[in-house]
Write a protein that binds this ligand. Structure first.
Ligand SMILES: O=P(O)(O)OC[C@@]1(O)O[C@H](CO)[C@@H](O)[C@@H]1O
Ligand SMILES: [Mn+2]
Length: 439
């Protein structure tokens, strides 16, 4: 069997993985510590002295974590008793076994980047769950909410645009396709707004994204949206089955989530789909990723807007949830360090659930890394092969590039991009729609 390429790792000094572990992750931890500090009086008001003690404990655990990271200490077993603790510790054993009995231990600047980065977020969770009574506190909530409020204008423009489109049932075939492509692109560029890339600092959408789409076209490096259209319109025409289910594996809250909900709403109103299943995270993750709480919070806030078009959107979304046309799921697998090709073994129940979809959309960079096992594939390596057998249903990755990993490019394309823009892989300026169709 041909050898697999190595995992991205902070071992590669100067790489994006290295800079993330060296600079960005400590910065995120510092911000989390600061957030806890600033909520001290709130904890006191809610829980009295115990709340303040809990805040101190969580801060000391996070400071210890930051020190371990910055001094490249061995990665230790999780000590909490959460639902996934055993799976994590088992995975840590697996990482250790890969070191072939050498004296090495898994370490921050040595082990696979995907593993250590996920581990850091899981340790943040550990610090919080080990500090009752503040065990439900989300250290990233504040920045997620901020980014939503800062994107308010773009959200209003987007909601007005989609409201003025209706009714989608009267659309011609071309109009349907054209609108689908637009909303897919909006959802793609929505992925620029993640907060882990900016170290938790504000990263909201302030431009009029609809009017920017045309100009952004050249930045889509791979565009398989025609295949998505073909798949969904075939279902629609053939009335092939009474249920056309589209699953969206969500990424970030704030503006990106709104763009995903706008897309999901259109899929229903255009009858390209009959139900949408959303997948989010069980615990706060990579700063801005969507939890169930964020999902409900965003819908509630869009509904509560004083802008008519926006609140109408929110009311319709609320209704989709109430009527069971929109279904939110979470699963611990999404916050484990495993690549998705391991899903059938590690989370067979989730894999079986995804197999019921006609199409799965994977949003964002982290999902891409997990789809691709975070390995250093050649830029021209086929997407399908890099999935290493992961194929619960036809799927499409919708992602702006924020790590040194990209497959499926044309020969020479990467070299050209590199000559033109040496940071093309990591700034979120470029995007892809990469589809792996029915087998
Ligand atoms: O998944 P998302 O929100 O698109 O991106 C998450 C992200 O910012 O986190 C990682 C580095 O910390 C990068 O790979 C990636 O750019
Ligand atoms: Mn994210």
């Amino acid at each position: 069997m041909a050898e697999f390429p190595a995992f991205l790792s902070a071992q590669d000094v100067g790489s994006f993985a290295y800079l993330t572990v060296k600079d960005r992750l400590p910065q995120i931890l510092t911000k989390a510590i600061d957030t806890l500090h600033r909520h001290k009086s709130e904890f006191f008001e809610k829980h009295g002295k115990e709340g303040v003690e809990a805040e101190k404990k969580a801060i000391s655990l996070l400071s210890k974590l930051r020190n371990e990271l910055q001094t490249d200490k061995p990665i230790t077993r999780l000590a909490d008793k959460w639902v996934d603790t055993d799976i994590w510790n088992h995975y840590l054993g697996h990482e250790r076994s890969l070191l072939n009995g050498s004296d090495e231990e898994p370490r921050w600047f040595f082990s696979p980047w995907l593993f250590v980065e996920c581990y850091m977020y899981r340790r943040i969770h550990e610090a919080i769950v080990q500090s009752p009574p503040i065990q439900d506190f989300d250290v990233f909530k504040e920045s997620k909410d901020e980014s939503f409020f800062e994107s308010q204008e773009s959200i209003d423009t987007l909601c007005m645009h989609i409201q003025q489109l209706r009714p989608a049932r009267d659309f011609s075939e071309d109009e349907l396709k054209d609108t689908l492509f637009k909303l897919l692109q909006i959802s793609l560029w929505g992925n620029k707004c993640d907060l882990s890339l900016s170290g938790g600092e504000s990263s909201s959408e302030k431009t009029d994204v609809i009017n920017s789409l045309e100009g952004l076209m050249p930045f889509i490096l791979i565009n398989d949206t025609e295949s998505l259209w073909e798949l969904l319109s075939t279902y629609k025409k053939a009335a092939k089955s009474s249920v056309v289910r589209v699953d969206i594996v969500l990424d970030n809250s704030g503006f990106e989530l709104v763009t995903d909900l706008v897309l999901a709403d259109f899929l229903l109103s255009s009858e390209l789909a009959t139900e949408i299943h959303f997948h989010g995270k069980t615990i706060p993750w990579f700063v801005s990723d969507v939890t169930m709480h964020d999902f409900n919070w965003i819908i509630e806030h869009v509904r509560g807007s004083n802008q008519k078009f926006t609140s109408t959107c929110g009311a319709e979304w609320e209704n989709h949830v109430k009527m069971g046309r929109w279904i939110y799921h979470d699963h611990i697998f999404w916050t484990l360090p495993h690549p998705y090709c391991a899903m059938p073994q590690v989370a067979p129940d989730l894999y079986t659930k995804l197999q019921k979809a006609c199409l799965i959309l994977f949003k964002g960079d982290l999902n891409y890394r997990k789809l691709m096992s975070d390995r250093k594939w050649e830029f021209t390596f086929p997407f399908h092969e890099a999935l290493c057998g992961f194929h619960p249903a036809p799927l499409c990755s919708i992602r702006t590039l924020k790590c040194e990993l990209q497959v499926g490019l044309q020969p020479g394309q990467a070299e050209q991009l590199m000559a033109f823009d040496p940071h093309w892989l990591t700034t979120g300026k470029y995007g892809v729609f990469q589809f792996d169709g029915p087998l």
